[in-house]
Ligand binder design. Structure first.
Ligand code: FAD
Length: 396
């Protein structure tokens, strides 16, 4: 996605050199968020392509699909494809994304899905037609979205999460427990404090055994235990990598003529004051615009805060900011009714917000975080405080 958008932004910025978009998958580039959501619940839905083939022709963007790049030579400014072909470049944008983290105790099998690619989602979708028993290893956003979609298709679903609550690391235990109750209310079995320890079955996994010895019958196993940056090309070539390709605020990597965008990039964020790698759709778009500007000679640093959404049943979650740790959590509204905004504070300053059903709050909090303002805790906690007005007041 970040690669497609960078190519388009280059054309929009008037770049008139040749633009080649290289993708290891044979499919035309597609959108990933629907893969864990509506693509699973609409059996006849077409692949969520980002654009038809003619669109690329019209923009003079050449597609090289189906063969991955195997090597990057920085000195010769050249890529080598897995089939040996070579491709030279003047400027290179690495948009290799991330890949699903695998579970060592789960060998590949026909009914094990990681849900990173269109092929994974199509495979799971075909099994969901039969109202199967689905076990999901990992109660993160992708695991929970798949749980919701599978329930909508009539599957029996068990989520196995190692922490004390789903999403605990990202949203905290209390809100994670509220999310667990949302799923339980829809008939999902949520098992916490246990991990998937081994599987039984060969070509097909038929049972999953947890660390507590619980045995779960299973027709499909979905592994959603996070993702890792696909940064091995960069690493092997000597481009500085540290949990993703390190880039400055304009997506420029630490090697001449190389940029990195999207999930693979760890960007020095001028507002957050630290280097962050996030796996969000919106970030891929923002990076693309910033990199295209930089390649065409304009320095427009990426200042927007990370933002993402997640849809589970009829609940729309939105999160803005970046808080791996917080020392205070203020919850406004009614989390058990999935109508709330939670504020994550560190050192008295708002660092991030999560909302369910209150998207406008998220935009308001984004302004507060971006302004760096210190807002009285009592004001933030007061349910009568209008966050939107508070967000705007900093603009004066
Ligand atoms: C199931 C799912 C649901 C999601 N839902 C949401 C959501 O609700 N909200 C949200 O904000 N974000 C969501 N995301 C995250 C979002 O989709 C990603 O942040 C986004 O896809 C990142 O774009 P990217 O271009 O950096 O990486 P990708 O989309 O992963 O694209 C990278 C591409 O590079 C290719 N590639 C890798 N290595 C090579 C190589 N050596 N040679 C050639 N090609 C290569 C890969 O095959 C891949 O096609 C979701 C992701 C998934 C998987």
């Amino acid at each position: 996605m970040a690669g497609v958008w960078t190519a388009e932004q280059l054309r929009r910025a008037g770049y008139d050199g040749s633009v080649v978009l290289v993708g290891g998958e044979a499919h035309l580039p597609y959108d990933r968020p629907p893969l864990s959501k509506e693509y699973l619940t609409e059996p006849g839905a077409a692949a969520p392509l980002l654009a038809p083939e003619e669109h690329y022709k019209a923009q003079d963007i050449e597609l090289e699909l189906g063969v991955p790049v195997a090597d990057l030579d920085l000195d010769r400014q050249r890529l080598t494809f897995a089939d040996g072909r070579l491709l030279s470049y003047d400027d290179l944008v690495l948009a290799t994304g991330s890949r699903a983290r695998s579970l060592a105790c789960v060998p590949p099998a026909d009914n094990v899905f990681y849900l990173r690619s269109l092929d994974d989602a199509t495979g799971l979708r075909s099994i969901l037609q039969d109202r199967p028993r689905v076990v999901i290893a990992g109660g993160g956003f992708i695991g929970l979205e798949v749980a919701a979609a599978s329930r909508c298709m009539g599957a029996e679903v068990t989520v196995v999460e190692g922490a004390d609550a789903p999403l605990e690391l990202v949203v905290g235990r209390h809100l994670g427990e509220c999310v667990a109750r949302l799923h339980e209310a829809h008939g999902v079995e949520v098992v916490t404090g246990e991990t998937v320890e081994r599987v039984i079955g060969d070509r097909l996994v038929t049972r999953v055994v947890t660390s507590a010895g619980r045995v779960l019958d299973c027709d499909a196993l979905v592994v959603g235990v996070g993702a890792v940056p696909a940064d091995e090309l960069a690493l092997a070539a000597g481009v500085p990598v540290e949990g993703g390709v390190l880039v400055d605020s304009c997506c420029r990597a630490g090697a001449p003529h190389v940029w990195a965008v999207g999930d693979v990039a760890r960007l020095c964020h001028p507002v957050l004051g630290e280097a962050v790698r996030v796996e969000h759709w919106d970030t891929a778009r923002r990076h693309a615009a910033v990199a295209a500007a930089s390649i065409t000679g304009r320095q427009e640093p990426c200042t927007r805060l990370p933002w993402f959404w997640s849809d589970q049943y009829d609940v729309n979650f939105q999160y803005v900011g970046y808080a791996l740790r917080w020392d205070e959590l203020l919850v406004r509204g009614a989390p058990d009714d999935m109508d709330f905004t939670a504020l994550y504070l560190q050192g008295g300053r708002v660092r991030a917000a999560l909302s369910a059903g209150r998207p406008r709050d998220v935009r308001a909090v984004e302004r507060i975080i971006a302004s760096g303002r210190l807002v009285e805790r009592s004001v933030l906690a007061d349910p009568s405080t209008d966050l939107r007005r508070l967000g705007r007041s900093g603009d004066d």
